[in-house]
Design a binder for this molecule. Structure first.
Ligand code: AMP
Length: 216
């Protein structure tokens, strides 16, 4: 199954997409993570993307589309995958459908996580990420057991540059302008989920709506 996650920054789609991929034992593909890797490696794309990402703007469509096309054509994706962070606008959504069609496949379901704006912004600003394994925490709602240390691998946590208040507001604005209307584009394969519940309940609701919980 090919599943796309849609939602505002801070809706919890990264967390839920990762949990679902883990459950389905299929690859988890995050364009944000892939781009952050490029920045870390100081590749040509990374150098170009760094400033754009820090400002909360979108990296040019062509770069992201090429990156994702290359990734989904890899062997581990043949049985399906879960995508977080892509598509971000209708141009990217059309490119994804086209790429899938060329591979004789299609995006089967789109999980849309709905939350109010103020919740999204608070979640983003309080997010902390493990430098090593990328596990996510929230300073208020899901703090690590030891201050600023990852529960899973004991490495240091950090705040993403684009999780600073000003950039979070900018990212939310771009979401409203360019991404939210993908709900209409994906109308026929959309599954709407209340993203304001506890993490485990959201995960369960997603699996139920995808009819994955039965018999497992
Ligand atoms: P994310 O981790 O999904 O919040 O993405 C972090 C940043 O990476 C975004 O604010 C964009 O600058 C960039 N980015 C991630 N995915 C895309 C995409 N599909 N198109 C353009 N830029 C992206």
């Amino acid at each position: 199954m090919i599943i796309v996650f849609l939602g505002a920054p801070g809706s919890g789609k990264g967390t839920q997409a990762l949990m679902l991929a883990d459950y389905l034992k299929t690859p988890f593909i995050s364009t944000g993570d892939m781009l952050r890797d490029q920045v870390k490696q100081s590749s040509v794309l990374g150098l170009k993307a760094k400033a754009i990402m820090e400002q909360g703007e979108l990296v040019p469509d062509n770069d992201v589309i090429n990156m994702i096309k290359e990734r989904v054509a890899q062997k581990d994706c043949t049985k399906g995958f879960v995508i977080d962070g892509f598509p971000r606008n209708s141009n990217q959504a059309k490119a994804l459908d086209k790429a899938m069609m060329e591979l004789g496949r299609e995006v089967n379901k789109v999980v849309y996580l709905e939350i109010p704006q103020e919740v999204a912004i608070e979640r983003n600003c309080g997010r902390r990420v493990c430098k090593n394994c990328r596990a996510n925490y929230h300073i208020k709602y899901s703090p690590p057991k030891t201050d600023n240390k990852c529960d899973l691998c004991d490495q240091e946590l950090y705040q993403r540059d684009d999780d600073k208040q000003e950039t979070v507001v900018k990212r939310y604005q771009i979401y409203l302008e360019q991404t939210k209307n993908l709900v209409d584009y994906y109308q026929d394969r959309l599954i709407s989920i209340n993203g304001g519940l506890p993490i485990e309940s959201i995960g369960q609701n997603i699996r139920e709506k995808l009819k994955l919980a039965v018999g497992r």
